[in-house]
Design a protein around this ligand. Structure first.
Ligand SMILES: Nc1ncnc2c1ncn2[C@@H]1O[C@H](COP(=O)(O)OP(=O)(O)OP(=O)(O)O)[C@@H](O)[C@H]1O
Ligand SMILES: [Mg+2]
Length: 316
C-alpha cells in the first residue's frame, strides 16, 4: 500500500461540498445565507460568534435538518437523496450530547454502533474496546453514564461519533466544559484522527483548533466571511494586535477602542495586550510579534464592526 493511498476511498470521495446553502427556521430566522464550502481531508475549523449558524450547518451535513435552499453532499452523497449513505459515512458529536444517563458506557457505544449499521456483534465489541482506549475511557467502560464527569461525558460523545469508524467527523463545540488537561488530550486525539479523515470542528475556544488545523472558515450571521489558512488570518491581523502600559486612570478611556485580551497590573501601571478595534493604537503601543489565532479572530471580527461577543478562553 502506497503512502499516498487515501484509505479505501477515492480522492473525490473525501470531500464535503456545500453550494448555495440557505436555511430559514420557522419564524423567519435566516440561520444560513448562501454558504459555499468545499472541505477535504484534515482538521477544518468552523469559527463564529453565538448564533452565526455553525450548529445549523453541521445539522444539515448530518442529515438532521433539510436546507431551505442549496445542495450539500458528503463523500459524494447528497444529504437529501442519500441519507443512509451519508449517515454511515459520518460521525456526529452534537453540541448538547448528554443522553443515555442510565446506561453503561460500553453499552451506549454498542447500541449506537449497531444503529450506525455495524451488524457483527463480535466486531462491534472489539471496536467498542478500541474506541474506549482511544478516548481514554477504558477504565470506566462499566460505569453508568450519569456517574461520568463532564469531561468524561464529552469523551463519550467523541467515542460514539467514532465508533463506526466514519470517514467524516462533525464535532460541534467539543471542548466546552473540559479542563485544560482534557482539552490537550482532546486536541491530540483530533489531530491524530484528522490524518486520514475529514473533520469539521466548531468552537468558541479558538486555541482548541490547535496546530493540526490548516484550514478554517469564519462565519458570521449565516455567511462565510473568511476562508483560508490560520496563518494567513494571523498575518492579516498582525498590525492590530498590540501591547501597551497605561496609568489606571487612563484605562477606561481606551476600552471602546481596544478589545482587551489580557491585562495585568504592577508598579502602578496596567499592562494590556489587545486588539485595536478602530482608529490608531494608543500612544506608546508596540505591535505584538506573535499574535495568536484567537487575537487574529478578534481583530478580523472587530474589522467587521463586531466585538464583545465573548470568544476565546472560557471564563468561569
Ligand atoms: N430550532 C430553531 N428554531 C428557530 N431558530 C433557530 C433554531 N436553532 C437555531 N436558531 C437560530 O438560528 C441562528 C443560528 O443558530 P445556530 O445554533 O446555528 O448558531 P451557532 O453558530 O451554532 O451558535 P452557538 O455558537 O451559540 O452554538 C440563531 O439566530 C438561532 O437563534
Ligand atoms: Mg452552536
Amino acid at each position: 500500500m502506497g503512502a499516498m493511498r487515501d484509505g479505501e476511498y477515492g480522492i473525490s470521495d473525501a470531500f464535503i461540498n456545500l453550494e448555495g446553502i440557505r436555511h430559514v427556521y420557522k419564524g423567519g430566522t435566516v440561520a444560513l445565507d448562501g454558504v459555499d464550502l468545499r472541505v477535504g481531508t484534515g482538521l477544518f475549523g468552523l469559527l463564529g460568534p453565538n448564533g452565526a449558524g455553525k450548529s445549523t450547518l453541521m445539522k444539515i451535513l448530518c442529515t438532521l435538518l433539510a436546507p431551505t435552499e442549496g445542495r450539500a453532499s458528503v463523500g459524494g452523497f447528497d444529504v437529501l437523496s442519500s441519507r443512509p449513505e451519508v449517515r454511515r459515512l459520518i460521525g456526529y458529536l452534537p453540541q448538547e450530547f448528554g443522553a443515555w444517563r442510565l446506561h453503561r458506557v460500553a453499552e451506549v457505544l454498542d447500541t449506537l454502533a449497531s444503529l450506525s449499521g455495524m451488524r457483527d456483534k463480535l466486531r462491534r465489541r472489539e471496536r467498542v474496546e478500541e474506541v474506549l482506549q482511544q478516548v481514554g475511557l477504558a477504565e470506566v467502560a462499566d460505569r453508568k453514564v450519569k456517574k461520568l464527569s463532564g469531561g468524561m461525558l464529552r469523551r463519550l460523545g467523541v467515542a460514539q461519533a467514532l465508533v463506526h469508524d466514519p470517514r467524516f467527523l462533525i464535532v460541534d463545540e467539543p471542548t466546552v466544559g473540559l479542563d485544560p488537561e482534557e482539552r490537550l488530550h482532546f486536541r491530540a486525539v483530533m489531530a491524530e484522527l484528522a490524518r486520514e479523515r475529514t473533520i469539521v470542528l466548531s468552537t468558541h475556544i479558538v486555541a482548541d483548533l490547535g496546530s493540526g488545523c490548516e484550514d478554517l472558515a469564519l462565519i458570521d450571521r449565516g455567511k462565510v466571511v473568511y476562508r483560508g489558512a490560520p496563518s494567513d488570518l494571523v498575518n492579516q491581523a498582525r498590525s492590530r494586535v498590540v501591547e501597551f502600559s497605561v496609568k489606571p486612570t487612563e484605562e477606561v478611556a481606551l476600552l471602546d477602542r481596544i478589545e482587551v485580551v489580557s491585562r495585568s497590573a504592577d508598579a502602578g501601571l496596567i499592562h494590556i495586550r489587545g486588539v485595536v478595534r478602530e482608529g490608531a493604537a494608543p500612544s506608546g503601543a508596540t505591535q505584538v510579534d506573535d499574535p495568536t489565532l484567537e487575537e487574529a479572530y478578534l481583530a478580523f471580527m472587530a474589522g467587521r464592526g463586531r466585538s464583545g461577543f465573548g470568544v476565546g478562553e472560557e471564563v468561569a
